[in-house]
Design a protein around this ligand. Structure first.
Ligand SMILES: [Zn+2]
Ligand SMILES: [Zn+2]
Ligand SMILES: [Zn+2]
Ligand SMILES: [Zn+2]
Length: 450
C-alpha cells in the first residue's frame, strides 16, 4: 500500500499491527480494533493472558476458533475508503482511455465499459470491479480460516508427538524391564529366547524413536510454512484489486496443496512376542471368578476420566455423547489377602474395558476416579478411532498391540505384582511391579460403551 496514501487515512480505519486497512476487524474489550488475522499471529506464541498491543490491557481469553471470521465484516472499512483511491491506482484502458470499472471472470482481468461490450466479451458475464474484488477477498478469508485451522491442528499434533518423543525411550526401557521379569530364572533353555526378545524390542523401539524424531522435525517445519503462507494470504487481502485478480489463483492453489501435506502423527505400536511356557506356568494358580451381584449400580467415572486425561486441554473438541454411556461394572465375589492367583476375562472385540483389582475403599468411594490409590488396572479406551491401552494407577499408556479375546490377570500378593497376559498369544501385555498390598483386593471388571 502507498505509504503517503495511508498517512492520509483516518487512524481509526488502520490496524495498529499491520498499519493497513482492517482485514476482518475485531474489537477487544478495551475498545481497540485490530485485524483478526493480525491478532491470531501476534497472540499465537504470546504469554497468557494476551494483552492489547496498544494499551496493554489484559484481554479475556478469546476462542479464535469461534470468532475467527465469524461475522462477514470483511473489509467494510476498506470499501468506505475505496472512493478515496486516487485514479492512478485504478487501471485506465489504453484503447478507450477510460477507467476500467468492470471485471471479466473468464479472462480474469479488468475491463472498461467499451471493451466489455466488444464482440470478444459478448457472451461473458461481467461484474463491477469492486464487487468482484470483494468476492475475491471473501474467498481469501475462507482460505485463511481453513489454513489457520490446519496450522492449529499441526501445532496440536506437534505437541503430542514431541511429548511422546521425549518419553519414548523411557517407555521402551520400562517394557524391557517388564519382559525380563517374566522370564523365570529357573528355565535355562529360555535364556536365548529372552535375549532375542529383548534385542527385537530394542531394535523396534529405535525404529519408532527415529520415526518420531523425523515427524517432530517435519511438523515444526510445516508449522513455519503454514504461518508464512497465512501471512502471505493476509498481505494479499490488502493488495490493490488489480494485483488481487492476478495473483489470487496461484496463492489459493499453493495454500490448498500445502494443507494436503500436513504430516500425520505416528501411532507407535510395539509387537507382542510369545513367552514360552508363560500360560502353563500361570495356569497353576488358576482360580475361577464368581461375581458379586450385590455390589452394583455404582457410577464408574473411569472412562470419562481417562478420556479427559487423553484429550485435555482440548477436551472441548471431543465429540460428547450426552446420553450416559452403558457401563457394566462387575466385582469378584472373593477378595485376596495373600498368595498367587490367576484368572481370565474375555473382552472379545471391544475397545472399551477395564480389568484388574482394587481395594474395597475405592469401590465405596463415590466416582471411582483414575488417579486414586489402590487400583491395579488395565484399561482400554477408544479415542479418535484409536484404541489406547493404559495401566493405572498412575495412568501410563502402553504402546503395544491391542489384545482381544481372553486376558489373563495374575496376582502375586507377596511379591506385590499384577501381570496382564494376552492368553491367545501367550504374551505379556504389561505388569505392575512393586505395588505394596496391605489390604484385601477384589477383582474388578468393567465393560464400557462399545
Ligand atoms: Zn492488521
Ligand atoms: Zn487496547
Ligand atoms: Zn477499453
Ligand atoms: Zn469478458
Amino acid at each position: 500500500m502507498d505509504s503517503t496514501f495511508v498517512q492520509n487515512v483516518p487512524s481509526e480505519l488502520i490496524c495498529y499491527i499491520c498499519k493497513d486497512y482492517f482485514t476482518d476487524p475485531f474489537t477487544l474489550t478495551c475498545g481497540h480494533n485490530f485485524c483478526t488475522p493480525c491478532l491470531c499471529l501476534l497472540w499465537e506464541d504470546a504469554q497468557h493472558p494476551p494483552r492489547c498491543p496498544v494499551c496493554r490491557a489484559v484481554s479475556p481469553w478469546i476462542d479464535f476458533k469461534s470468532i475467527i471470521f465469524a461475522a462477514k465484516k470483511v473489509h467494510a472499512s476498506k470499501e468506505s475508503v475505496a472512493c478515496q483511491l486516487p485514479n492512478s491506482a485504478k487501471q485506465v484502458c489504453r484503447v478507450h482511455l477510460v477507467v476500467k470499472d468492470l471485471f471479466c471472470p473468464t479472462d480474469k482481468s479488468p475491463l472498461c465499459l467499451h471493451c466489455a461490450n466488444s464482440q470478444r466479451h459478448a457472451i461473458h458475464r461481467h461484474s463491477p470491479i469492486s464487487q468482484a474484488a470483494e468476492q475475491c477477498r471473501e474467498k481469501l478469508l475462507v482460505q485463511m480460516k481453513s489454513l489457520w485451522k490446519s496450522r492449529q491442528k499441526n501445532q496440536k499434533n506437534l505437541n503430542k508427538e514431541y511429548n511422546l518423543f521425549r518419553v519414548w525411550q523411557g517407555f521402551v526401557n520400562l517394557r524391557m524391564m517388564m519382559i525380563r521379569a517374566e522370564y523365570p530364572k529357573v528355565y535355562q533353555y529360555l535364556q536365548e529366547e529372552k535375549q532375542k526378545h529383548l534385542e527385537s524390542l530394542a531394535v523396534e523401539g529405535k525404529i519408532i524413536f527415529n520415526q518420531l524424531r523425523r515427524n517432530v522435525g517435519r511438523m515444526r517445519h510445516m508449522g513455519k510454512l503454514l504461518r508464512k503462507m497465512y501471512e502471505e494470504l493476509k498481505e494479499m487481502c490488502c493488495e490493490t484489486d488489480v494485483d488481487l485478480f492476478q495473483d489470487l489463483g496461484d496463492i489459493m492453489k499453493r495454500s490448498q496443496i500445502m494443507q494436503l501435506h500436513i504430516p500425520q502423527p505416528v501411532n507407535p505400536q510395539l509387537s507382542s512376542w510369545t513367552i514360552t511356557g508363560m500360560s502353563e506356568r500361570l495356569n497353576n494358580f488358576r482360580v475361577y471368578l464368581t461375581l458379586d451381584h450385590n455390589i452394583s449400580n455404582y457410577r464408574v467415572a473411569l472412562f470419562e476420566d481417562l478420556r479427559h486425561l487423553q484429550c485435555s486441554p482440548d477436551y472441548q473438541d471431543m465429540p460428547h455423547s450426552p446420553a450416559s454411556p452403558q457401563y457394566m461394572p462387575l466385582w469378584g465375589a472373593q477378595t485376596f489377602t495373600s498368595g498367587k492367583h490367576y484368572w481370565e476375562v474375555d473382552v472379545g472385540n471391544s475397545c472399551n474395558w477395564i480389568i484388574g483389582l482394587c481395594k474395597e475403599s475405592w469401590i465405596n468411594r463415590n466416582g471411582m476416579l483414575l488417579n486414586s490409590e489402590g487400583i491395579f488396572l488395565l484399561l482400554c479406551i477408544q479415542v479418535d478411532d484409536i484404541c489406547r491401552l493404559f495401566s493405572a494407577s498412575p495412568p501410563l499408556r502402553h504402546y503395544i498391540q491391542r489384545p482381544q479375546g481372553w486376558i489373563g490377570v495374575f496376582l502375586d500378593y507377596e511379591c506385590g505384582t499384577v501381570s496382564f497376559v494376552n492368553v491367545a498369544q501367550s504374551s505379556l501385555i504389561c505388569n505392575l511391579r512393586s505395588c505394596s498390598f496391605s489390604c484385601p483386593l477384589r477383582p474388578f471388571i468393567c465393560y464400557g460403551p462399545k
